[in-house]
Design a protein around this ligand. Structure first.
Ligand SMILES: [Zn+2]
Length: 146
């Protein structure tokens, strides 16, 4: 006979909840580390609205230059740091469309940072190959950030 489970058997492998109030990424390991590196390199401001990102005040999130649904890779080169509000509000709009919208709202879009990110991503795709959808997307966006 099958023994009818005599209560929960906790195997106790759920520990280690590193409670960070910065997003809760249970996905790619190293993502938080990459974001920290981006923050250090680019400065602690949202790429779209320029607000200073501060833990507990303006939440930092990882923004994708080419959205994942548009074939964007989960590479460091496809990532920017943006505040949660902008990240959500942009949705799946292209960087060019969303930058225009931000400027209509009077926000100081960091176009130089976006231009650089597009260059880096184009170079990374060139090196690693593949990514046909992302490649086309990047090419059309690069023309709009010259
Ligand atoms: Zn923002």
């Amino acid at each position: 006979m099958l023994s009818g489970g005599t209560g929960p058997l906790p195997d106790g492998t759920r520990g280690g909840h590193s409670t960070s109030s910065w997003e809760a990424p249970r996905t790619a390991p190293g993502k938080a580390a990459r974001r920290a590196a981006r923050l250090a390199a680019d400065g602690p401001a949202c790429v779209w609205c320029g607000r200073t990102l501060e833990e507990g005040l303006v939440r930092a999130t990882t923004e994708h230059v080419v959205p994942r649904v548009k074939g964007g890779p989960s590479w460091a080169e496809n990532e920017l740091v943006a505040c949660a509000r902008c990240n959500r509000a942009r949705g799946h709009r292209t960087p060019a469309e969303w930058a225009d919208e931000c400027e209509r709202r009077g926000w100081p879009v960091d176009r130089e940072r976006i231009r650089r990110a597009l260059e880096e991503l184009a170079a990374a795709i060139g090196e690693r190959g593949g990514m046909r959808r992302a490649r086309r997307y990047v090419e059309s966006q690069r023309r709009r950030f010259r």
